[in-house]
Design a binder for this molecule. Structure first.
Ligand code: NAD
Ligand code: ZN
Length: 364
């Protein structure tokens, strides 16, 4: 097991990465659990495999687990389900000093984290991420949110977990397509800031995707360490540093909007293609050697992720995608910041990208 600390001004928390952590959840969380009753929020897919080990561990340590099982899927990040979670936590008499366990992917983590942020003006929570995306990205860093009618993640709060337990054994039951989508965010850390890790991904991607124990743990550890470093430098995304994590996300967001944020294109798939487009665009305007853009494309292809807009069967022009970009929540005073590349491992934020030029590039 590895432990990575997320050091924030005045407080920090640990991310444990390893196989079998959930079966020992009581040992790992014990210091944070003040009462016998332990509230756990999860979804039905995750509960089918992982509720039992968590409950068994807590019961054998003398705790009384209480479990709220929600419907899987993005639709649960809603006002309606948030209300249900908050009412349930109140009925369970959760108080400010207590900790709620979020057992699941990014949907459960974002929703439960936001419920914890607003319950009695903020109670504690512990992330037990079970998808690769949640382990390498959403469980670390304290962004919590639900979706609004006007768009995804528009209502939320910064609320850091007290502890994150990333049990890589849970990846065994994660559907392959979700595994690949989460892997896109792993590759992203290499592309944006760590050329050696990108090279490791080129060599070891297939081992990660087949859930090789050592490769999966290393990929999660290294990704979490990268995210922890960036979040420690810029917790609230005010300094431009945390924005680098959005590599591939501006292009990706436009593609997700065009596919209606549906199962046609998972977030990680959109990020993979978005990263390829960011690399090619960087090469086109002379920032990135073309060979580096080709390496990014090859890594995405090798993981079975989409590397071409044409592969999505979308019939849309660059203008349509550019129009979606102008509705991106990252728009800042009329400027859409893009994350571009100077090299693999060297991303930067560019506020001077002309959206018309991006539209022409996407149409070409
Ligand atoms: P998800 O939570 O919907 O999980 C994907 C699917 O896999 C679901 O059907 C889920 O039930 C299932 N699943 C999860 N773990 C499983 C397991 N071990 N075995 C079997 N099935 C399992 O989606 P996700 O990809 O984990 O997360 C996406 C969400 O995360 C989005 O809402 C996104 O906005 C959010 N997100 C947040 C941040 C952040 O910083 N807070 C960062 C990135 C993404
Ligand atoms: Zn993402």
């Amino acid at each position: 097991m590895a432990v990575i600390d997320v050091d924030l001004a005045g407080r920090s928390y640990a991310v444990h990465v390893g196989r079998g952590l959930l079966a020992d959840v009581a040992d790992h969380c014990g210091a944070l659990l003040r009462k016998t009753r332990v509230p756990i929020v999860t979804d039905a897919n995750v509960a089918a495999f992982w509720r039992e080990p968590v409950e068994d561990s807590l019961r054998s340590a003398g705790y009384e687990p209480r479990v709220l099982v929600l419907e899987p899927g993005e639709a649960s990040k809603s006002w309606r389900v948030l209300e249900r979670v908050v009412d349930w936590l109140l009925a369970e008499e959760v108080e400010r000093g207590d900790h709620v366990l979020a057992l699941g992917g990014g949907v459960i983590g974002d929703l439960t984290g936001f419920a914890a942020a607003i319950l009695k003006r903020g109670c504690g929570f512990i992330q037990l991420p079970t998808s690769l995306l949640a382990q390498v990205d959403s469980s670390v860093g304290g962004k919590t949110a639900i979706n609004a009618r006007a768009g995804k993640n528009l209502v939320g709060a910064f609320h850091q977990p007290a502890l994150v337990l990333a049990d890589t054994g849970t990846l065994d039951t994660l559907p392959d397509r979700e595994m690949r989508a989460g892997y896109a965010e792993v590759v992203k850390y290499g592309v944006l800031g760590d050329a050696d890790f990108f090279a490791w991904c080129e060599a070891n991607g297939p081992r990660v995707l087949s859930r090789d124990e050592d490769a999966a743990r290393y990929a999660v550890e290294r990704s979490v360490a990268a995210k922890a470093r960036i979040v420690a430098q810029d917790e609230r995304e005010t300094g431009g540093r945390r924005a680098l994590l959005n590599l591939g996300h501006t292009f990706g967001h436009a593609l997700e909007a065009e596919t209606g944020f549906s199962d046609r294109l998972l977030h990680g798939e959109a990020v993979a293609l978005g990263m390829v487009l960011a690399a090619r665009y960087s090469a086109r305007i002379g920032h990135l050697p073309p060979n580096d853009a080709e390496r990014v494309t090859a890594a995405v292809d090798a993981a079975g992720l989409p590397g071409e807009i044409a592969a999505l069967g979308l019939d849309c022009s660059g203008d349509i995608l550019a129009a979606h970009m102008l509705h991106d929540k990252k728009m800042d005073a009329g400027v859409l910041p893009f994350i571009l590349l100077r090299a693999i491992g060297d991303a930067f934020l560019d506020r001077n990208v002309a959206i018309d030029d991006v539209a022409a590039f996407l149409t070409a």
